[in-house]
Write a new protein. Structure first.
Length: 276
């Protein structure tokens, strides 16, 4: 496993662990509802208590995502948002925030089109910390993961309730930064969440990895965030935020406050749980 000494992700999780706090990780799609607003949304997330930002790279065939995030990709692509633009957004974000880790989440195709060498160099220069490529499983990551590591980019992988123990071991062996545990079978934005069942799965994973375990899919409000915060090292919230962006798409100036409302409630609930 490659470890990047000064990676912001490792630093952030070490600090949270020392404080006994749970990471709050929002996901937004870059360029949604238009590219000019994304950096403001990122700063709003941090102001509301986000510890890491997952920034989605729009793609025309986001197979692992539900309708909410598919539509966000469509809105971003209408404006021609490409991977190059996403890297420019991260660079702009870094002008004011050089501490909050940023993870790009998306699919291989845009990286392949840009070229792996070009992407890794530009991602590093822009201030990207990690890459979660949905359709790049660890057994196929090989040279790509090595190239990412060479440029200070951590490779983050997904795990699901259906993942076998042997496969989980392989993922944990290759993973860096944190593991993204998909709490529900199927696509993002699905409905029900069983925190106890998630906790049992995470306990099994803790026997084979020291990586922080972060849970996404199904976290919608302070109550669901706190329930997962009891068993996980981090909670990832995507569809709830992206859905709110969609509701306010015609009035982008109102979106930062809407994001802060959702994330602020979650941050308070997580910190109450940690203090309790």
């Amino acid at each position: 496993m490659n470890r990047t000494e000064s990676n912001r992700i490792d630093q952030r999780f070490a600090a949270l662990k020392a404080q006994g706090r749970t990471a709050l990780i929002p996901y937004i799609t870059a360029g949604d509802p238009a590219p000019a607003h994304t950096v403001d949304f990122m700063h709003a997330c941090v102001e509301a208590g986000a510890d890491v930002i997952e920034l989605g790279v729009p793609f025309s065939d986001p197979m692992a995502d539900g309708p909410v995030i598919q539509k966000a990709c469509e809105r971003a692509l209408v404006h021609g948002t490409r991977l190059q633009h996403v890297l420019e957004m991260v660079a702009e974000f870094r002008q004011r925030d050089n501490e909050t880790p940023v993870v790009l989440m998306g699919y291989l195709n845009p990286i392949e089109r840009m070229g792996y060498d070009v992407f890794t160099r530009q991602a590093q220069a822009s201030g990207v910390d990690g890459v979660l490529v949905v359709d790049m499983p660890p057994e196929e990551a090989g040279d790509n993961a090595a190239l990412f590591a060479e440029h200070g980019l951590q490779s983050i992988f997904l795990l699901a309730p259906t993942t076998s123990e042997a496969r989980a071991r392989a993922i944990c062996e290759h993973g860096e930064g944190y593991l993204y545990y998909v709490s529900l079978k199927g696509v993002t934005g699905a409905a029900t969440l069983d925190a106890d069942a998630v906790g049992e799965q995470l306990n099994k994973l803790r026997r084979i990895t020291e990586l922080p375990l972060c849970v996404g899919f199904g976290i919608r409000d302070g109550a669901t965030a706190a329930a997962i915060g009891r068993v996980a090292d981090g909670v990832i919230v995507g569809s709830a935020l992206v859905g709110r962006i969609a509701e306010h798409a015609d009035d982008p100036a109102s979106i930062p406050a809407a994001l802060k409302s959702i994330l602020g409630e979650m941050r308070e609930a997580l910190d109450r749980e940690a203090a309790g």
